[in-house]
Design a protein around this ligand. Structure first.
Ligand SMILES: Cc1cc2nc3c(=O)[nH]c(=O)nc-3n(C[C@H](O)[C@H](O)[C@H](O)COP(=O)(O)OP(=O)(O)OC[C@H]3O[C@@H](n4cnc5c(N)ncnc54)[C@H](O)[C@@H]3O)c2cc1C
Length: 371
């Protein structure tokens, strides 16, 4: 194992910070390079669901495996982040209910259940009557739901802050608010230059610049089809204990947080790099959510925000070394599941650095596959 490499990480979102955390633990000299504030983009905006079964209904492919592996890393991972940061953040194994409204959707639920059970998911299809005991205020329009007891959630902004603090405590250097950062050299040594001539050098580069990764196409001469999909999201307050599970539907989801808020996400639209909230975007959520919980009809969200998911052309992230330059490692394009995927991505990246085998196959995520 090569120890103590000088590693630069481009982008201080959840993926960059989680990778820095894992590499820092393994004794590498890590610097996180962030043009704004760490966690200030997608990672700080996320609902924090850890929900591979709800998110992936079609196919048990390697992407599903990656998501599931990450969910199962979380119990230990979050404890480590808490103990090394000395910061608290919410991690709750609430379980989730994947709700359906029509008889016709039952078959799809059962198909999903059949293959997900092969992966050890303890799932159960609950009838409307049974559901009433699980979640008494749920709409009676819901005819059934799949219960996923393993699905969980974290309070994403606090998790990201804790990751940053854990990195600092491990001796990781955090260079933030750099405004602009360019890659000057990468074929051999890595050299980055920030505004006002500040430079950083290293032996390795981890690319974790989220929705901005496309900007690096020219410098690396490969196609990087990562683009921003805006997610608008809102939250209700003062709902302590009223909702117990994550409730997931085809039109949106609700996540009950320990602080009494209920997070309602999220729209998907294309708006370049704009992170503002539109009336239309939020209405899409609020016009639907009383069909999940009728009491929400009388409520007004107390907080609305938006973030940019790093989407990719084929829906899979880019995780792996560049073939021509194996000291460059991509870890980007996590789209809807970057919070969930942060532990497994960090461990995979660190294993690539240390020349160790990865348990989850990464072929599907090769960064050069679009070129
Ligand atoms: C509304 C919403 C809800 C979501 N809900 C969930 C959820 O419930 N569960 C889940 O798992 N995921 C969820 N996601 C997705 C998740 O937030 C993302 O997949 C994840 O945050 C991506 O992390 P990242 O580190 O790649 O990107 P980011 O957090 O965007 O970080 C990238 C960072 O790179 C920096 N950067 C870019 N270019 C440069 C450069 N040249 N130099 C220096 N720095 C640079 C940026 O400033 C930014 O800070 C949600 C996303 C949104 C928007």
């Amino acid at each position: 194992m090569s120890m103590g490499e000088r590693i630069l990480i481009l982008g201080g979102g959840v993926i960059g910070l989680a990778s820095a955390f894992e590499l820092g633990k393994r004794g590498h000299q890590v610097t996180v390079i962030e043009k704004n504030k760490c966690g200030g983009q997608a990672s700080g905006a996320a609902a924090g669901m850890l929900a591979p079964f709800s998110e992936i209904g079609e196919d048990p492919d390697d992407f599903f495996q990656l998501c599931l592996a990450s969910l199962r890393l979380y119990p230990t991972w979050q404890k480590e982040v808490k103990s090394l940061s000395k910061c608290e953040f919410e991690y709750t194994n609430s379980g989730s209910l994947h709700a359906v409204y029509h008889e016709a959707d039952l078959l799809a639920l059962e198909t999903r259940q059949a293959w997900q059970r092969e992966w050890g998911a303890e799932t159960e299809v609950l009838s409307a009557n049974q559901l009433h005991q699980f979640e008494p205020e749920l709409s009676t329009d819901i005819i059934a739901a799949m219960h996923y007891p393993e699905e969980s959630h974290v309070f994403a902004p606090d998790y990201v802050k804790a990751l940053e603090q854990a990195c600092r405590n491990l001796g990781v250097l955090i260079e933030d608010e750099l405004e602009e950062v360019a890659i000057i050299e990468w074929k051999d040594e890595i050299k980055l230059e920030a505004k006002y001539g500040k430079t950083f050098t290293g032996q390795r580069l981890i690319v974790s610049s989220g929705a901005w990764s496309h900007e690096l196409e020219e410098i690396f001469s490969i196609r990087i089809p990562v683009y921003p999909i805006r997610g608008q999201i809102c939250a209700y307050d003062n709902l302590h204990g009223r909702v117990k599970h994550i409730v997931y539907t085809s039109q949106g989801y609700l996540v009950p947080k320990g602080n009494g808020t209920l997070v309602n996400g999220a729209s998907e639209d294309i708006a370049g790099f704009a992170t503002d909230v539109t009336e239309k975007g939020i209405m899409r959520l609020t016009n639907w959510n009383y069909q999940i919980f009728p009491f929400l009809k009388q409520r007004i969200p107390f907080h609305k925000w938006a973030g940019l998911r790093p989407a990719t052309q084929d829906g899979y992230p880019l995780i792996g070394k560049l073939e021509e330059a194996p000291h460059i490692i991509f870890a980007t394009g996590h789209y809807r599941n970057g919070i969930l995927l942060s532990p497994v991505t960090a461990v995979s990246v660190a294993n690539l650095v240390d020349g160790m085998a990865n348990h989850v196959p990464l072929h599907l995520f090769k960064p050069e596959r679009f070129t």
